[in-house]
Design a protein around this ligand. Structure first.
Ligand SMILES: [Zn+2]
Length: 122
């Protein structure tokens, strides 16, 4: 699979959620309302995720993220916590969450996890 994440690195939870809403066809204003965020906050997240995905537009970003399996079943899919939530709900983890869990397992095996892994409250 083509690596689509650019030098900006992994998407944050907010960036993934904003991308998910874009993939559902929501406007910036509608996304801001859905997430109880300001319009500029959503615009900033969109700008950052375009850079991280090396995308020319939001449509391009949604396409690239879809091809890479970064857009999940739920708005906040795509990290280890969301993977575990699928398991608690006894539903089949989506592709984005399976990929996040695989990255987590690879990091764990390589000893790259901090003492307070992401997805757990501090
Ligand atoms: Zn998921």
């Amino acid at each position: 699979m083509t690596r689509v994440l650019g030098p900006g690195g992994k998407l944050t939870s907010l960036e993934r959620t904003v991308l998910w809403h874009a993939a559902q066809g929501l406007t910036t204003a509608a996304t801001a309302r859905a997430l109880s965020r300001s319009v500029p906050a959503v615009q900033d997240a969109r700008h950052r995720l375009l850079g991280k995905l090396n995308a020319a537009s939001l449509t391009h970003a949604v396409h690239l993220a879809g091809m890479a399996g970064l857009i999940g079943q739920y708005p906040d899919c795509g990290d280890r916590a969301a993977y575990l939530r699928h398991l608690r709900r006894r539903d089949d983890p989506c592709l984005a969450c399976r990929a996040a869990n695989a990255r987590h397992e690879a990091d764990r095996r390589a000893g790259r996890l901090s003492t307070n892994p992401k997805g757990q409250a501090a």
